[in-house]
Design a protein around this ligand. Structure first.
Ligand code: NAP
Length: 302
């Protein structure tokens, strides 16, 4: 088993990372770094530098912090010769992630920009089915309740938090994986609460008749759906990629193992001394924030 340190013990660390590591034969959770959080039975630090100097035996660091603070931790970890796994979206800017990739390459360590939704059960079979198809249109409907998934997390509405593109990047990670052709954004409408710095909703139109609606104000049933029309049939992904239907027939369904699969992949990267750095989902986020028309909507309070 390889020792790993988890940094940023918040919602996603507790919900997904701790159980995924605990259920894996590859990993041993050897330490945590967090100012407020900890995991029972695991050595906890509040200071990252102290952990790096006191635990040279831990070769892998998994960063579950929000994107803005993440770069400084990743740069320090790489400088200390550790392999690094980044939660999505991998950074606050594209350039900082490219810089991390260069640093990791120079240091001879692995860097993994994880995209958990790509590990959803329906995504690989969707990609395989679409590989030889001619796509005529795509629609993404990604509508969830920010109060439920990011309770009280003001960072999502602060600069660099990306607003609705935080969950929207999950949809973008799927379409950049499954579509057999490149697309680029043609227009976007962004909706900013009057008291916030990032959008709470967005409508987007890409080339190749690809459209998307992201909304963080969805109460009741949540929608994480992608529909792909082709000249020979319709493919749809639901539940964030966990369910796949082709022409209405269920192809893949059931429980997902998104985070366990991310840790399997990290074990493989470390073993083979390789990195996986894919910024294509974030490229579309940056394009939407660059090209999008800004509209102001009602103030949002948690
Ligand atoms: P979170 O609970 O707000 O933050 C995680 C932890 O990061 C916090 O508990 C905090 O720990 C630490 N942190 C926050 N701001 C910091 C700062 N400025 N400097 C240092 N540490 C800081 O957020 P989360 O929901 O877990 O999300 C973290 C990442 O996971 C995001 O990139 C998000 O997109 C991704 N993610 C979230 C979800 C979800 O459903 N929430 C799902 C998939 C992926 P301490 O205060 O204890 O240091």
């Amino acid at each position: 088993m390889t020792a790993i340190c988890l940094v940023g013990i918040g919602k996603i660390a507790v919900d997904q990372h701790v159980p995924a590591i605990g259920g894996s034969a590859d990993w041993e959770l050897a330490a945590t770094v967090s100012r407020a959080g900890s995991v029972d039975g695991v050595q906890s630090f509040t200071d990252f530098d102290q952990m790096l100097s006191e635990r040279p035996d831990i070769p892998v660091i998994s960063l579950c912090l929000p994107p803005v603070p993440r770069y400084d931790y990743a740069a320090k970890a790489i400088a200390a010769g550790r392999h690094v796994m980044l939660e999505k979206p991998p950074g606050a800017t594209l350039a900082e992630v490219y810089a991390l990739a260069d640093m990791a390459h120079a240091a001879g360590v692995s860097l993994y920009t994880t995209w958990h939704s790509r590990m959803a059960k329906g995504v690989a079979p969707a990609k395989a089915w679409l590989a030889d198809k001619t796509v005529t249109g795509v629609h993404i409907c990604w509508k969830e309740d920010v109060r439920r998934w990011h309770p009280g997390q003001d960072w999502v509405f602060a600069p660099g938090g990306m607003g609705v593109f935080d969950p929207g990047s999950n949809a973008l990670s799927i379409i950049t994986e499954i579509l057999p052709m490149p697309i680029h954004l043609r227009s976007a409408e962004l909706f900013f609460p009057e008291n916030r710095d990032t959008p709470i909703a967005a409508h987007m139109q890409w080339t190749q008749n690809v459209t998307g609606d992201f909304d963080w104000r969805q109460e009741g049933p949540q929608s994480w759906d992608i529909t792909v029309e082709t000249t020979t049939g319709t493919l749809s992904l639901h539940d964030g990629g966990a369910r796949l239907l082709i022409d209405g027939n269920e192809v893949a369904a059931g429980a997902d193992r998104e985070y366990p699969a991310l840790y399997d992949r990290m074990a493989e990267l470390v073993k083979t001394n390789a990195s996986e750095v894919d910024l294509s989902p974030m490229l579309h986020v940056a394009d939407a924030l660059t090209l999008g028309k800004r509209n102001v909507v009602a103030a949002f309070h948690f």
